[in-house]
Every structure is written in C-alpha cells, then in structure tokens.
Ligand binder design. Sequence first.
Ligand code: ACO
Length: 382
Amino acid sequence: MSPAPTEKNFDKGLANTIAAESKMSFIDGVNGVLEYVGIHIDHLARNSTFEESTFLLWEGRLPTETELEELNAALRAEYSLPPGIIDLIRTFPVDSPPMHALQTAIAALALHDSDADVNDPEANRRKAIRLVAKTPAVVAAFDRFRSGKEIIEPRPEMDIASNFLWMLNGEEPTETMAKALDVCLILHADHGTNASTFTSLVIISTLSDMYSSIAGAIGALRGPLHGGANEGVMRMLEEIGDLSKVDEVIERKMANKEKIMGFGHRVYKAYDPRATYLKTFAKGLAEDTGNMELYQMSNRIEEIMNEKVAAKGIFPNVDFYSATTYWSLGLKLDLFTPMFAIARMSGWTGHCMEQLADNKLIRPGSSYTGPHEIPYVPMSDR
Ligand code: ACO
C-alpha cells in the first residue's frame, strides 16, 4: 500500500512530480530532444506520416507495410460522422469557438458508439481509431457550417492531412500543403504528460470512458498556457501589425510583465526541437505563400527574446512557429488549436490505452490551508 501523502510532498503545479510511466514519448528538456518510442522527432518529421507515427505511438514499434495498410484502411473507414453529429453541429451558434464545438461533438460521439462504455483493449483500440479518424471531420464540418457552406463528405482514398484540407476547403490540396500539414500533425502527436494528456489520464484512471477522457483533454488544451498559445501567437502578430513595430510592442509587453505567447516551456529549458523544425518549415511556406513579413516578425521577436530571456531557459516552443505555418496554409486563426487537437488525438488515445493496461486511480492529495475548529453559527446569528 502506498504511504499517505504528507505536506512535504507538496509540489505546486506538479512541476517536480513524475505522475506516470510511459513508453510513448521521451523528452530531454535540457538538451532539447524529443523521441517517439526512441525515434528522434526530426527523423519522423522527415520520413514518416501521421498515420505511421500514430501506429508507432500505439504499438511501440514501426508498422510493416501490411500493418500500415490495415491501419490506413481502418482509419479511412471511420472518416465519416454519424448523421446525428452533423445535425448536432448544425445547432451550434455560428460564433461558437471551434474548440467548444469540437469538445461538444467529441463528447456526443459517445452517444453514437456502442463501444463507448466498453473498456476492453479491442474496444478501446476501435474507439481510438474512430477518434483520430473523425476529429478532422468535426473541425471541418463546424467551419463549413459557420461559414454558411455545405458540409463536405470525406474522401476515403486520401490520407488524414489531405482529407482534412479537402473537407475544409472543398478543393484538393497541393502536395506541398498536404505534406506541410502532415508534418505538423506528426510534430504535435504526443508530448509526455503535458496538461491535456494528464487530464485524459486522470479521467480514464477512474475507469470512465475514452470519449469523456478526450473531451476533458480538449478542454485543457484550449487554455492559453497550453495549446491555445498558437492562437495567442497569431493574435500577437496581428496586434504588432508590421515588422517596424515588433521591438516597441515586445518591449512594452515585457515591461508590463506580460507573457510572450509561444515562448517558454515547463519541460524544455533549451530550444524546443519541434520549434527548430517548424521554424525552417514556416520560413519555406511563408516564402511560397507571400507571408514573409509574418516570418520576419516572428524571427525578430525571437531575437529580442533571445537577448532578454534565453539565459533563463526561455526559448520558442512548438506553438511559436506553428502559428506562421498554419497561417501560411490558409487556416483561420481560431482553427489553430483545433489543428493541435487533431494531431494530439493519437497521443491522448494512446496514453488512455497505456493507462488502462496498468491502471491505478490518479488522485493526489492536497495541503489544507484553511482554519480548524470554527463553530457553526446559525443563519439568524450571522
Ligand atoms: N514570456 C515572458 N516570460 C516568461 C515566459 C514568456 N512566454 N514564460 C515564462 N516566463 C518567465 C516567467 O515570467 C517567470 O519569470 P520569473 O521567474 O522572473 O517570475 C519564469 O519565466 C518561469 O515561468 P513560469 O510561468 O513560472 O514557468 P512554468 O513552467 O510554470 O510555465 C509556461 C511554462 C506556462 C509554458 C510559460 O512559459 C508560459 O506561460 N508561456 C507562454 C504560453 C505558451 O507559449 N504556452 C505554450 C506552451 S507549449 C504547449 O503547451 C504546447
């Protein structure tokens, strides 16, 4: 039996607590390394696909050709949304934040899945496939609906990245666009026990269901200190307006002790390896799509932050250059965090399955700081 926690175990923000064991992703925050099942993220970004990386995270090894074909077929068979979910999306107010729309639709998918409350490994694997396959359709359907456009049926011959862009825009994406999005999905697929993944673990550890767990994770992801920062970066770039104003705005924000979105990380005290990759990527895409000033503004922000806070271990994180990348891909600002959710679905579902394979209820203690022995005063005497 574990010993009862004591006051001296208190660790604000759980910054120094190891709360789970996982074979999925390894992070070396000091040297800026990220691996999925031992494979460097850079190698995966260059050579893998989102679907293959998902197999890697779920199964702990790269697939054979047949296994990858089987996973692709299983995912593609689940691209469509149940008609009830499309009907539900059509009831959402058109000004709903897409992350709220996504969270609601994902929770509602449980109502259309006979496996929803079955927690055996096979049922959970089927649900993981459905969640990874259907999340892009939810994001695209809500965006089409709120824009007054027809909701577009998925194309099962396409991979997840291409099919998402098809459902969103109603046009086949160029190879460069599809590849760029696929790489973004790989880079965002998993990242240890981050806040949203931890949320999903807490929920699944009660032996609740995967849909509840993922809906909770989506709620955690949208916060500006977590995945919501990619939208925050774009809003900051819009606020700055042009390259000549970068210094003035960043100096003012720093003087006001405002956090600069897209910088800093709980684990990385070195350059986030995903940001290294995305920086090069953002530059290439910005060049191709006429968004070079956006890239130059981001680069100037990085130079200023380097002078001011790099010594404190604050560097660009994954959200910083993903903002320019998504913008260059023509995505609306409030779809940036949903893009993160589409990718992280493979990590969240993988961690849920890993947790259930060796479950223990996650229930930390808290340090009570209130008073004791206060007399109960009847209402008439208060
Ligand atoms: N801009 C300016 N200063 C910063 C920043 C930043 N973005 N991030 C951290 N700092 C400073 C803090 O002010 C603090 O300074 P102090 O010691 O002088 O008080 C110090 O660095 C430590 O910062 P904390 O917020 O205490 O560090 P913590 O580990 O709790 O937070 C976090 C990490 C939340 C990511 C933080 O760096 C932040 O708020 N960044 C901006 C939001 C962001 O980009 N989030 C995305 C993270 S990546 C992801 O979730 C996918």
